[in-house]
Design a protein around this ligand. Structure first.
Ligand SMILES: *Cc1c(COP(=O)(O)O)cnc(C)c1O
Length: 404
């Protein structure tokens, strides 16, 4: 059997469709972010990153770096085991306390990533609650979809951000089945925000629990960075809030928060929690420092909002269509995978602008886009440079100037 030929055949099909993924090899420059050194031959030595999920630049914040260094000097590098077998450090416990406080919940549970937290929590809830039904927003992240699939629970997909459709679908289910409504606050590809209050009201009406992914909102929304649920004063009505330490908090890891009984349940039954080495204590310490900083500092959030507004205004002024949404994510729709890739390549090569093309399967075919995430550390000159580059390319590529 020629396995390599079998592998190549499928990868070649991706290449033909324009969906083959090429990673930019970068070296983030601490203290100079969003500037990064590029190690690719066909890019300038220094590029500006426009698609980072380190939304606030916390990955290079002095307080966060110092916390990580101190913890390494105190405890060494790895955790040394699973949480159960010698892997629980003081830093994990302190971070779980910080997270529970962030969301106003009784308890929290750490995972090695946001992906794992969604996968493990939904698998456990769906498989362990007898006759559970999971009602999943149609645009939910792959980590939730995989968790639901793995649980083998009955799954019902409801129309994106549509509480009425959710209501109809909940009403059609047996009254005594445990129901879990799974959704996100900020959807990271379109940058739209869910109608949280309406969804909660529908779920409450049917006695369903709510499972909210706040991955693209924690650190960014709410007076203490507790996400959209904090901003709207709705956190106490959400059963489970899930988040990541890898995006706005600038580190790595994932978590769920909720009642002590629920966290204890997931801790006790989730294989994705039990059978894997705990996060390095230094990562936990850094994440805690980042969360604690963003609980009191508004500076980063305010500066980010300012940059987002400036970029949007300048795109409008130059007739570059972008999705109008209430979040910090600015998608510029290209709607063609080959064109999307080509534009990203030219931006990188000729302008030192790094924005990764977003193609299938991350977004549906025909909705390919460039997704810009302005942060507090992008300067006015960075924004002007980006808008100039896009304006020139727009004319060259003769993409219709239309409001998306
Ligand atoms: C990135 C992402 C995750 C996974 O978080 P990681 O910490 O990166 O594994 C989960 N949910 C959503 C909506 C995401 O975009």
């Amino acid at each position: 059997m020629d396995f390599d030929a079998m592998f190549s055949k499928q990868v070649d099909a991706l290449k033909e469709d324009g969906n083959y993924r090429i990673f930019a090899e970068l070296e983030r420059k601490c203290g100079a972010f969003p500037r990064a050194k590029s190690h690719d031959d066909d890019a300038p030595d220094e590029v500006t990153v426009w698609c980072s999920n380190d939304y606030l630049g916390m990955g290079q914040h002095p307080v966060v770096r110092q916390a990580m260094k101190d913890a390494i000097d105190d405890c060494g590098t790895g955790a040394g085991g699973t949480r159960n077998i010698s892997g629980t450090a003081r830093h994990h416990v302190a971070l779980e306390g910080e997270l529970a406080d962030l969301h106003g919940k009784q308890d929290a549970l750490l995972f090695t990533s946001g992906y794992v937290s969604n996968w493990a929590a939904l698998s456990t809830l769906g498989s362990r609650l007898p006759d559970a039904v999971i009602l999943s927003d149609e645009f939910n992240h792959a980590s939730m979809i995989e968790g639901i699939r793995h649980s083998r629970a009955k799954k019902v997909i409801w129309r994106h951000n549509d509480p009425e459709d959710l209501d109809r679908k909940l009403a059609a289910l047996p009254a005594n089945a445990p129901k879990i409504v799974a959704f996100e606050s900020v959807y990271s590809m379109d940058g739209d925000i869910c109608p949280m209050q309406e969804i909660i009201e529908v779920a409450e009406k049917h006695g369903a629990m709510t499972y909210l992914d706040e991955v693209h909102a924690v650190g960014l929304y709410g007076p203490r960075g507790g996400g959209v649920s904090e901003e709207l004063g709705l956190a106490d009505r959400i059963t489970l809030i899930e988040g990541t330490l890898g995006k706005a908090f600038g580190c790595m890891g994932g978590y769920v928060t909720g009642s002590a009984a629920m966290c204890d349940f997931i801790r006790s039954f989730a294989s994705g929690f039990i059978f894997t080495t705990a996060l390095p204590p230094a990562v936990a310490a850094a994440a805690q420092a980042s969360i604690a900083h963003l609980k009191t500092s508004q500076t980063e959030r305010e500066m980010q909002r300012d940059r987002v507004a400036r970029l949007r205004a300048k795109l409008d002024a130059h007739g570059i269509p972008h999705l109008h949404n209430p979040s910090h994510i600015i998608p510029v729709m290209i709607k063609d995978p080959v064109k999307c890739r080509m534009l990203a390549d030219i931006l990188m090569r000729d302008w030192g602008v790094y924005v990764q093309p977003i193609n299938y399967p991350t977004v549906p075919k025909g909705t390919e886009r460039l997704r810009f995430t302005p942060g507090p550390l992008h300067s006015e000159a960075d924004i002007d440079h980006l808008v100039e580059a896009l304006t020139v390319l727009w004319k060259q590529c003769a993409i219709a100037h239309a409001v998306a």
